[in-house]
Ligand binder design. Structure first.
Ligand code: 13P
Length: 278
């Protein structure tokens, strides 16, 4: 089973509409020859730029993703965005359970006390609700999991990731699992420049595949894509993409420049071709 590699850009809280326009125009120009059979590509702008970016990528192979979703269709939930709205604006994907929403920041932020960091409030139960709601509206979740530095130092990496994966998949029916992409994003690697060692990322991602296999079947686990995320750059993507379990990347900072994002896409394609995975 050959999984198609998948590179997604998480723009986080960056880009006004006009900045989003120039970023996506730049990306379009640099990867216009890449087909979705080679590498699938998605951009995940902030909510405010989704509509404009959707217009600009129409007719291209670039797919649109959002960065979060609420689990209700509509109602008195001030400030929330529903899966219906994301479908309506043209999203294919939605990032769910990013560590910056679970309240587990990689880079210490002096403006955010521990209490404030918990304000976004995602946990295994809300992540599961969001995944369920997204799937029921035909959105494809990109589910983020990963340990903090202190969890890694205490030898808890496998236990934490296992708990997050099992929590995410609670009551998710077999036929939906293939529509989920996991992203292994060690919190300590996000925005820090400390990319995870490629062999270690491959090991943890292999473990995630093993959990999916235990919960469902090995055939299904072989079909689920699992990305790596955390300080991915054009310089380090090759080593990551040469690993057989790593199906691409969820890219933060380096997705904010057309040249670095497109270089990550191209290098992933050639690395997977080299190991015969594409
Ligand atoms: P960086 O690539 O900036 O480390 O961010 C990774 C990330 O959080 C993607 O979701």
């Amino acid at each position: 089973m050959k999984r198609i590699p998948f590179i997604a850009g998480n723009w986080k809280m960056n880009c006004t509409t006009s900045e989003a326009v120039s970023l996506v125009e730049g990306i379009k120009a640099l990867i216009s020859d890449i087909t979705p059979e080679q590498v699938e590509v998605a951009v995940c702008p902030p909510f405010t730029a989704l509509h404009r970016v959707a217009q600009l990528i129409e007719g291209t192979y670039i797919r649109l993703g959002a960065q979060d979703v609420f689990w209700k269709d509509k109602g008195a939930y001030t400030g929330q965005i529903s899966p219906v709205m994301l479908k309506d604006v043209g999203c294919t994907y939605v990032i769910i359970g990013h560590s910056e929403r679970r309240g587990r920041f990689g880079v210490p932020d002096p403006d955010m006390s521990d209490e404030l960091l918990k304000l976004f409030g995602d946990n295994d139960a809300t992540v599961n609700r969001k995944i369920t709601a997204a799937l029921s509206h035909g959105l494809k979740p990109i589910v983020c999991v990963g340990e903090t530095l202190s969890e890694r130092e205490r030898g808890l990496t496998d236990e934490i990731v296992r708990r997050q994966v099992i929590g995410a998949l609670n009551s998710i029916p077999t036929e939906s699992v293939e529509n989920i992409t996991f992203a292994y994003e060690p919190v300590w690697a996000i925005g820090t420049g400390n990319v995870c060692d490629a062999y270690e990322a491959n090991r943890v991602i292999g473990m995630i595949r093993g959990i999916i296999s235990e919960l469902y079947s090995s055939e299904l686990a072989e079909r689920v894509r699992i990305q790596y995320g955390g300080s991915v750059t054009p310089e380090n993507i090759e080593e990551l993409a040469l690993q057989p379990e790593i199906d691409g990347a969820l890219v933060g900072g380096a997705s904010l420049r057309p040249d670095s994002f497109s270089a990550i896409v191209r290098t992933t394609m050639s690395a997977k071709q080299r190991i015969g995975q594409k």
